[in-house]
Design a protein around this ligand. Sequence first.
Ligand code: FE
Ligand code: FE
Length: 191
Amino acid sequence: MKRIEIRKKLEVLLPEKRFEHTLGVEYTAAALAMVHGIDVKKAAFAGLLHDCAKYMSGEEMYKEAKKYGLPISEAEKDNKELLHAKLGMTFAKSKYGVEEEDILNAIRYHTTGRPEMTELEKVLYIADYIEPNRKPLPRMEETRKEAFADLDHTMVLILEETMEYIKRKGKTMDEITLETYEYYKKNGGKL
Ligand code: FE
Ligand code: FE
């Protein structure tokens, strides 16, 4: 499906704020792809579709995920909205005709990250956090600037804030998020 067609569908499907966020991520991912020398169109597709399952409630996501036979982690059982990443990947493929494995993986790992991410996966993860409609989060200015200079180091900055946020809210953290943090702290942290 063409991006303009996907955009029209998502505008109907997603709540207004979520749709605005989606466009922000689409174009921020494209801009980051330009700076870091990766496929701009793939980044835009990944950005556009990353939250395509976010029109459902957590319970609905859980049901859908079971229907598709997706693996469900402990953290996802606890905080069902996390499932929108795996479900988004599934919908990107089944409803929007995306076949490229790298785009699908970027969508799948956009909330938790994973160790040894591809450039495209990092670009989407980071674009999701820094896009212009995001409320000013701690260290946002620094993070936005760093995103256009060093993806690995930006991963460390975002993961630190994210883990801090999860702790503060008393939410369950996916194990893979901690693994991702440790990986990038070792490999990307010039702190
Ligand atoms: Fe998301
Ligand atoms: Fe998002």
